[in-house]
Design a protein around this ligand. Structure first.
Ligand SMILES: *[C@@H]1O[C@H](CO)[C@@H](O)[C@H](O)[C@H]1NC(C)=O
Ligand SMILES: *[C@@H]1O[C@H](CO)[C@@H](O)[C@H](O)[C@H]1NC(C)=O
Length: 288
């Protein structure tokens, strides 16, 4: 290995550790009574976030499509200690539902401290066969609804000096096969919210943005798709959820969970050829 590369890697590690060391400590008390809206909260990471916020004594509004499941999740939130837990069923592909959900939360909670955007639409794990209809639909669910809700909630978040939390993916930082529409929506999110972060800072608006880069998480929907197809390790949804909440509460711009997703991202930037080789030849069981 060249001296330059060694120095570079050591510098990156030192900078990373220094950054972690100076990161603000998480105070669970800060979430007591805080007003939170979590999307995609009927299952997976969103459901786990609802339970963590509940344990911290937050006031929660959750949303997803299935009313029955939302009702069960809110009941569990109340039993875990949420000061308030309410739900509203919504379809994020609709043009009006994203606004409707934010308005509901603002009215029921009297404002918002955290807007946690987490929902995704189901998408096949397969090579792209030109399905424009699905890609357009997924863009509405995974991207357009996010920016619509963020814009609607922004005045309230500015008042409360609140936080916008966006659940994204390693697939927003590096390209992979089999998830083209999904990856496109996540790249769009990172582009938009990374840019919005600059504009808010320049306007001296004290709303924090956290963009969460997740690796493979062991949710039912993710595991159903990749079982037998990939050797990439999956990490627990409940821990992912807690890390996302802490990133929001401590106003960090970037979260990487599990931690090595950051290393993978850096490796891809430094050694694109080797990374592509591994992706194409060793990451998936694929026989054309
Ligand atoms: C921004 O808001 C946070 C959370 O309320 C607060 O701790 C911080 O002091 C604020 N910063 C400025 C510059 O107002
Ligand atoms: C790796 O993948 C590339 C592109 O699919 C292919 O050209 C190459 O032959 C593969 N190498 C091995 C060792 O399988």
């Amino acid at each position: 290995m060249g001296t330059f590369v060694k120095i570079l890697i050591v510098s990156i590690l030192v900078a990373y550790l220094a950054f972690k060391w100076t990161a603000p400590r998480f105070d669970p008390e800060s979430l007591k009574g805080s007003r939170v809206l979590v999307t995609g909260a009927s299952t997976g990471i969103g459901e786990q976030m609802a339970y963590h916020y509940a344990r911290f004594g937050a006031q929660i509004v959750i949303t997803a499509r299935r009313e029955k499941v939302l009702q069960q999740v809110t009941e569990k939130c109340l039993s875990l200690g949420a000061q308030k837990a309410l739900y509203i069923a919504a379809d994020m592909a609709s043009e009006s539902d994203p606004d409707k959900v934010v308005d509901f939360a603002l009215e029921k909670l009297g404002g918002l401290d955290y807007l946690v955007l987490n929902h995704i639409g189901p998408t096949p794990f397969a090579m792209w066969e030109g399905d424009m209809e699905h890609t357009r639909w997924l863009m509405k669910v995974n991207f357009f609804s996010y920016i619509q809700m963020a814009w609607r909630a922004l005045p309230s978040l500015e008042q409360s000096e609140g936080s916008l939390v966006v659940v994204s993916s390693l697939l927003a930082k590096m390209t992979n096969p089999f998830t083209l529409p999904y990856s496109s929506t996540k790249f769009a999110l990172n582009g938009f919210f990374g840019s919005l972060h600059h504009e808010l800072a320049m306007k001296k608006s004290n709303v924090s943005i956290s963009i969460c880069t997740l690796g493979l998480i062991d949710t039912e929907s993710a595991m159903d798709k990749v079982r037998g197809v990939t050797k990439i390790p999956a990490y627990p949804a409940t821990e992912a959820a807690l890390n996302i909440i802490i990133a929001g509460a401590t106003r960090q711009l970037d979260l990487y969970y599990p931690w090595f997703t950051q290393v993978v991202h850096i490796m891809k930037e430094l050694f694109p050829w080797a990374t592509n080789y591994v992706i194409q030849n060793y990451s998936y069981n694929y026989n054309p």
